[in-house]
Design a binder for this molecule. Structure first.
Ligand code: AMP
Length: 564
């Protein structure tokens, strides 16, 4: 692979070895464009104004240099030295979790602070000392006023998804926070869009910032491949099951699946083996001989699925792909175009499938704009679709067998049974046996419909604003929701720590309340609780049913979310 020499590594960006080791352990093979640009600038100590969206790797783009700087600039006291402000509770948890993973071995603790969680626990954690805090503006201000959050020794501030924070009405809170923190600090502001309100904040609070825009170059018209482009919106936890189901429906000939990390590659290979696919991994951690072996299998059609990272797939010359799958929305439009260009070659039709999380939908639109081609948003096949498809396959193989003949050796069985039973009844029983023996009746759980945006469930909002931010009907892409039908969120008093996964809640609700999973909206699992978005008309029924039952063996509190 000739382009390997040109690959820029995390070490080349100037990050200290412990951080390089941490991202390598996470399976990141190379920095994304926003990381390549932002990390060296931030390590240098520059302020930064960055235009980048979710899914581009921007969290690591500020988190890694923040960790790098904070270990370099050893601080004194127990005050907070790094602060990240984010618009929602959900994002606060996600960003804190990411920083925690990157900080392995550095001894820098990170604390998320968001509304809706018990104040006394947050205060106790702050008293123990929190060098890095990830907070929603409302809750950060609350702690500043109580003097439980000490920002006197703040060295680095990040405003993440700044446009979203303004949209949610946090402008005043941001002003109040920004006016009370040390001038001597480094500031980075990230925003998906750069309206004048954001520019004004940047002018007031950033010092001659470097600008980083994740340029999405327009590919030349001839370069845009003509392939069917489809995207599915799905929550991360359901991606493996979703992709398996989609491929079962598509029945692809030869497929290349792109993942972000080595770990993802490896776990997907296992998922697909369990589904009976011949899947092979291809990533940068493999030696050339192993790679050649895998490619050999794929070319000889002894493997159906090749699951690869971008780095490993670079320079691959494979001709007969029927499908290319983006397991995540790629970090740049160029990467997208490059990836999907691998199918539909030589005038043959191809399909490009992209799995996007609800938050990444904006990225799809950006890609559409630049490629000037439509990406169809498709509905994740339901259990019923899958069953129908499987029956179709059984029917097709029976037809083939009938046309091929060569069944004389069992004909006598049919004839002898025909003396006792109706011939259609015999055929039906035989088909049922054949169908069952295809062993495909597993994986029968519905995959919940992912809504367009977090429906506000995890937003840290103030009561006065609640009415405004909550009155919008949930925007459901998959038609699982009747437009305008009011929805509410239910609080379930068990979360990640109790081992709850979205499937447990879907199972309990569909099973106990006899409500179809299709009507369920976003499900958010926090450490100690979960929130489920349901149609208001079914809320009481679901609450009553869940109160009668146990989830993961325990009785749990179920009620309307108090933030409603
Ligand atoms: P973000 O845009 O920060 O929300 O990141 C999107 C996803 O990309 C997260 O799941 C990260 O773990 C992952 N990610 C970030 N940087 C890289 C990288 N250099 N290589 C692979 N995955 C990455």
């Amino acid at each position: 692979m000739s382009s390997r020499e040109e690959t820029l590594t995390f070490a080349d960006l100037g990050l200290q070895p412990a951080l390089v080791a941490a991202v390598t352990a996470l399976g990141y093979e190379e920095p994304t464009p926003v990381q390549r640009e932002a990390i060296p600038l931030l390590i240098e100590g520059r302020d930064l104004l960055g235009q980048a969206e979710t899914g581009t790797g921007k969290t690591a783009a500020f988190a890694l240099p923040m960790l790098h700087r904070l270990t370099e600039l050893k601080g004194t006291g127990r005050g907070t030295r790094g602060l990240v402000l984010v618009p929602t509770r959900e994002l606060a948890m996600q960003v804190a979790e990411a920083i925690h993973k990157y900080a392995k071995g550095l001894g820098l603790a990170v604390l998320p602070l968001y509304g809706g969680a018990p104040m006394h626990l947050q205060i106790r954690a702050l008293e123990r000392g929190a060098p890095i805090v990830v907070a929603t503006p409302g809750r950060a201000l609350d702690h500043l006023r109580r003097k439980t959050l000490d920002l006197d020794s703040l060295r680095m501030l990040v405003l993440d998804e700044a446009d979203e924070m303004l949209d949610m009405g946090f402008a005043d809170d941001l002003d109040a926070i920004l006016s009370g923190i040390p001038e001597e600090r480094q500031t980075a502001l990230f925003s998906a869009t750069m309206p004048s309100r954001i520019q004004a904040i940047a002018e007031r609070h950033l010092k001659s910032p470097a600008r980083v825009t994740i340029a999405r170059e327009k590919p030349a018209a001839g370069k845009i491949p003509r392939v069917r482009q489809v995207a599915y919106i799905v929550h991360r936890a359901y991606k493996p099951a979703t992709l398996a189901r989609i491929l079962d429906m598509e029945d692809p000939a030869a497929t290349l699946v792109f993942c972000r990390t080595r770990l993802e590659v490896e776990s997907l290979v296992e998922t697909f083996h369990a589904h009976g696919y011949r899947a092979e991994a291809l990533h940068g951690g493999m030696v050339q001989r192993q790679r050649d072996h895998v490619l050999g299998l794929f070319r000889a059609k002894k493997a159906d699925l090749l699951i690869a990272t971008d780095v490993a797939a670079r320079g691959l010359d494979i001709e007969h792909l029927s499908h290319v799958v983006n397991y995540d929305v790629p970090a740049s439009t160029e990467a997208y175009v490059h990836r999907i260009g691998r199918t539909g070659r030589a005038g043959r039709g191809g399909t490009a499938i992209t799995l996007a999380e609800p938050r990444e939908q904006r990225l799809l639109r950006v890609i559409e704009q630049f490629t000037r081609a439509k990406i169809e948003i498709a509905t994740v096949p339901t259990v019923a679709d899958l069953r129908a498809k499987r029956l179709d396959l059984t029917r097709a193989s029976l037809r083939e067998r009938l046309l091929a003949g060569d069944t004389d050796h069992v004909r006598v069985i049919a004839e002898s049974l025909a003396e006792e039973f109706d011939i259609v009844a015999i055929a039906t029983a035989a088909i049922a046996m054949v169908h069952a023996s295809t062993g495909t009746e597993q994986d029968e759980r519905e995959i919940p419909i992912a809504s367009n945006k977090p429906t506000g469930a995890m937003r840290d909002r103030k009561p006065a604003r609640a009415a405004k931010s909550e009155s919008a009907p949930s925007r459901d892409l998959h038609g699982g929701d009747v437009p305008g039908e009011p929805r509410v969120r239910l609080f379930v008093g068990a979360g990640r720590q109790a081992g709850i996964r979205p499937g447990d809640l879907v199972g309990a609700i569909t099973g106990e309340a006899a409500v179809p999973s299709r009507v369920l909206g976003a499900i958010e699992i926090a450490d100690k609780f979960s929130l489920v978005d349901v149609p208001a008309s079914l809320a009481e029924k679901i609450i009553a049913a869940l109160r009668q039952t146990t989830i993961r063996g325990k009785r749990v509190t179920v009620r309307h979310d108090r933030d409603e």
